[in-house]
Design a protein around this ligand. Structure first.
Ligand SMILES: [Zn+2]
Length: 158
């Protein structure tokens, strides 16, 4: 009995750890998306599927530096433990992603900006190599397939 409880504890903390890694990864990807947006010529400054996908692709293919991991993990931890509304995480699906209506007519190539800073250039290189990219671990596999799902949802191709 106590053995079982111990196992459950272990599983729970492994899951918590995994969730924390996913949040850290995602929040870091969104930071990249915001940089892409800031450096673009668009005047609306609203995150669209393009920037979101580019941010996720970049974060999948360019590993975080140690300091970035620490920062993102502690940020993720504060999101996990400060959140008062655990119950309704179902209804925030698409709120953040707004896209042009004409994107629904057919598949469109994911767009990025023309900025030549290190990050924006690297994003373009990542997009070119995304389809051939082989993730290094199971979590990477999951991230890659979720990027592909996101593209399908928004009629985008990389
Ligand atoms: Zn830039």
């Amino acid at each position: 009995m106590s053995q079982e409880n111990h196992m459950t504890d272990k599983i729970n903390s492994a899951q918590e750890n995994l969730i924390q890694v996913i949040i850290a990864n995602t929040s870091s990807a969104i930071k990249i998306s915001n940089i892409l947006l800031e450096h673009s010529e668009a005047d609306d400054k609203i995150l669209k599927a393009d920037e979101i996908i580019c941010g996720l692709v970049y974060r999948l293919m360019i590993p975080m530096q140690d300091q970035e991991i620490k920062d993102s993990m502690s940020e993720a931890e504060s999101i996990m433990y400060d959140s008062s509304d655990d119950d309704d995480d179902d209804d925030d699906d698409d709120k953040e992603i707004i896209d042009d209506l004409d994107d629904f007519k057919g598949k469109k190539k994911v767009r990025t900006n023309n900025c030549n800073c290190d990050i924006c250039q690297e994003v373009r290189v990542c997009l070119l190599n995304f389809n051939d990219y082989v993730p290094k671990d199971e979590l990477g596999d999951k991230f890659k397939s979720s990027i592909i799902e996101t593209c399908q949802k928004y009629n985008k191709i990389i």
